[in-house]
Design a protein around this ligand. Structure first.
Ligand code: PLP
Length: 212
């Protein structure tokens, strides 16, 4: 199918909430191809989530196997493989007594982390960096500074103070006993990750809220 026809169909039938660019038809490893056969190195990787590349044979095989065994039975039942994966993640993380919460998206992970921080601390305020992006659900948006994302949906449920990334003094200024947690994000917003230039993030009894 040619790109223009497909773009017209998307415009007609899909919500126009994302700006899309090319028609990518398939991928292998770190490479993807468009509908005209042009080959690209995929530096986007699903916004940094396709860590095993496209269509790794072991990943494809595992997805196909699961689809033939059981599609979905909700969290009302034990599911083979789930606890094994959680065990491996906890062991790899090195967090003693750690437990895993599986979710479907980054936004959902941020929502869960923010809720956990509130329940754990009994506090309601959060801190996030101005350049960070945390997702589009209401809770995740509360921690996202960019006005284009936030303003159409205010008031948002969580009270959040924003500071410039790496501004340790600014961070100290907004940190007090009312803070439930902070989302350090990965730096300079969507598509870029930068280590902070100065110092470390002060704790002050707040929970560290982070999806990774
Ligand atoms: C740093 C960060 N947090 C959260 C999200 C939200 O993830 P999702 O789009 O899976 O809800 C994104 C998505 O781009 C992200 O880059």
């Amino acid at each position: 199918m040619v790109q223009d026809e497909y773009r017209d169909m998307c415009e007609t039938y899909l919500m126009r909430n994302f700006g899309r660019h090319m028609l990518i038809t398939h991928g292998k490893g770190a490479r993807v191809w468009d509908d005209e056969g042009n080959e690209y190195i995929d530096c986007v990787a699903g916004i940094a989530v396709c860590s095993t590349g496209h269509c790794h044979p072991k990943v494809s095989e595992a997805i196909c196997r699961q689809a033939k065994e059981l599609i979905h039975i909700s969290n009302l039942f034990y599911i083979p493989g789930q606890a094994e994966l959680a065990k491996r993640i906890v062991e790899k993380s090195g967090i003693k007594g750690g437990r895993v919460f599986f979710s479907n998206s980054g936004s959902e992970a941020v929502e869960a982390a923010v809720k956990l921080a509130r329940v754990r601390t009994g506090k309601k305020r959060f801190i996030a960096f101005k350049s960070g992006f945390h997702g589009r659900t209401f809770g995740a948006l509360s921690l996202t500074h960019k006005e284009d994302y936030r303003l159409p949906f205010t008031p948002l449920p969580y009270d959040c103070s924003f500071v410039e990334y790496g501004d340790i003094e600014g961070l100290k200024a907004v940190m007090d006993d009312t803070v439930a947690g902070g989302n350090p994000g990965t730096g300079a917003g969507r598509g870029r990750s930068l280590p902070p230039r100065t110092g470390r993030v002060p704790g002050g009894g707040a929970q560290r809220v982070h999806r990774e």
